[in-house]
Design a protein around this ligand. Structure first.
Ligand SMILES: Cc1cc2nc3c(=O)[nH]c(=O)nc-3n(C[C@H](O)[C@H](O)[C@H](O)COP(=O)(O)OP(=O)(O)OC[C@H]3O[C@@H](n4cnc5c(N)ncnc54)[C@H](O)[C@@H]3O)c2cc1C
Length: 431
């Protein structure tokens, strides 16, 4: 069965993944009118991953950090959207295969991103909570507030403690941001909403397998992030690795254990997989090796962009570029320009990453920013973080809603989204 896609005589670019890389490429290419673009994603929306933690912590509505793909291209007939999961590629026939059929491509672009890395531990996967999609962020929000409700009615102190304590695994930007905002929630919200709970009973643990938090940032940023988290009352377990979690107890490599019903897993990512690509192209982190033009090793017209791509030519990045939004966006732009150049018979340009810096927020007035020539922390860093993220989010309406939410939260020391909403369908009149 073939996809229901008309043959317009234009060359067809099939882009798999509507994340930062795929969406940037589709938007740039669509302006040229030179290609038929088929954008395929398993969701009908683009997700702004850097703000997942704010959804999980009840600071933002999910709808303000996702954007419908069809809305982006509603005025462009050269872009066709299909919502399905791409399962495999046939590089010889130049086809992709999905549940809704197969599709021929002239150029295939894999911008499929990465997923949570469980390091092969099935028990951890079954019991810990990841945060790699907006659905998972919502699940986490529900779990946190359901557990506070359970804690209020727990029959004894021991059971109450299980519902209250939270372990975050991984001290990269996501783990640090989650731990910081959980601590702020404990310090500011719990006394207001749950006057019958003692906030001092809530323990927030952050376990990190390295002596330095945010170890891809500068030593000053790491040091300050650690200081901020300690000020907020987060219990830090540095240079410790979680060996297992059975849903009740976290087992740490130094032999100690932590009893907790909730473990948030932010300990790493692994590339998403599509079958049919040359095995030799797979490399560390399950990424796809590409040349300087993002062509997947062992293929001719299959490109990989963003988190899934692994390039070694760019000298400061011999172990691949960092898996961040800017790399994905810049690779999307470069490939758009290269495809257009190739159509004109010109030489494509190799990808060169322009590092704009990195940042992480820990809480109110507490952030760390490393720019290429300037590093700063604290209040100004926090405002910088807010501004950069507001600027980056897609859609004017989303920007306004997020800005208003942030101003409201800032002025009231409160968020108003502490809701447990679960989609379901009534199956009987009594249910
Ligand atoms: C919680 C969190 C916080 C982050 N914070 C920051 C930050 O502050 N700053 C920063 O720069 N980066 C941050 N990142 C990293 C950043 O989000 C990624 O580097 C970026 O999203 C990579 O873009 P991408 O286009 O390669 O992949 P993604 O944005 O992940 O997009 C991949 C897309 O492919 C789709 N897809 C996957 N497989 C298939 C398939 N088989 N078929 C169809 N569709 C498929 C997915 O649905 C998704 O839409 C964060 C990531 C997370 C998870």
């Amino acid at each position: 069965m073939q996809f229901n896609i008309p043959d317009t005589g234009q060359k067809r670019v099939v882009i798999v993944g509507g994340g930062f890389a795929g969406l940037t490429l589709a938007r740039k290419l669509s302006k040229s009118k030179k290609f038929q673009i088929v954008l395929i994603d398993k969701n009908n929306y683009h997700q702004f991953q850097p703000l997942f933690y704010q959804v999980a912590m009840a600071g933002l509505e999910p709808s303000s950090i996702v954007f419908p793909l069809r809305k982006v291209f509603q005025n462009n007939k050269d872009v066709l959207i299909r919502v399905t999961k791409v399962k495999s590629v046939d590089p010889v026939q130049r086809e992709i295969h999905t549940d809704i059929g197969s599709l021929h491509y002239d150029y295939l672009v894999l911008a499929i991103g990465a997923d949570t890395n469980w390091y092969g531990n099935e028990q951890v996967r079954a019991n810990a909570i990841p945060m790699k999609s907006v659905s998972e962020a919502l699940y986490l929000r529900n779990t946190i507030f359901e557990d506070y409700e359970r804690a209020v009615t727990a029959p004894n102190a021991e059971e109450r403690q299980h519902y209250l304590d939270i372990v975050v695994v991984g001290g990269g930007p996501t783990g640090v941001e989650v731990a910081g905002s959980l601590a702020e929630m404990r310090n500011l919200i719990i006394p207001k909403d749950y006057s019958d709970l003692d906030r001092r009973e809530i323990n927030i643990h952050l376990i990190h397998g390295d002596p330095r938090l945010l170890n891809t940032m500068s030593p000053q940023a790491s040091e300050q992030a650690e200081k901020f988290l300690r000020e907020l009352g987060v219990q830090l377990w540095m240079d410790k690795v979680v060996k297992n979690y059975d849903g009740k107890t976290v087992f740490v490599d130094d032999g100690s254990t932590i009893r907790a019903d909730k473990v948030i897993w932010a300990a790493g990512i692994t590339g998403n997989t599509v079958e049919g690509l040359p095995e030799a192209a797979r490399t560390r982190g399950n990424r796809l090796k590409t040349n300087a033009f993002n062509v997947v090793e062992g293929t001719e017209n299959i490109y990989a962009l963003g988190d899934i791509a692994f390039q070694q030519h760019d000298t400061p990045w011999p172990n691949g570029h960092p898996q961040v939004a800017q790399v994905a966006i810049q690779q999307g732009k470069n490939l758009a320009s290269n495809l257009l150049k190739m159509e004109k018979g010109q030489q494509p340009s190799p990808f060169k990453y322009r590092d704009l810096g990195s940042m992480a927020t820990i809480g109110r007035h507490k952030a760390v920013v490393d720019l290429p020539f300037w590093r700063f922390q604290g209040l100004f860093a926090w405002f910088t973080w807010l501004f950069v993220h507001l600027f980056a989010i897609l859609g004017a309406k989303n920007k306004v809603i997020i800005f208003l939410n942030w101003v409201w939260n800032y002025l009231t020391y409160d968020q108003s989204l502490r809701l447990v909403i679960k989609p379901w369908k009534r199956t009987s009149p009594e249910s």
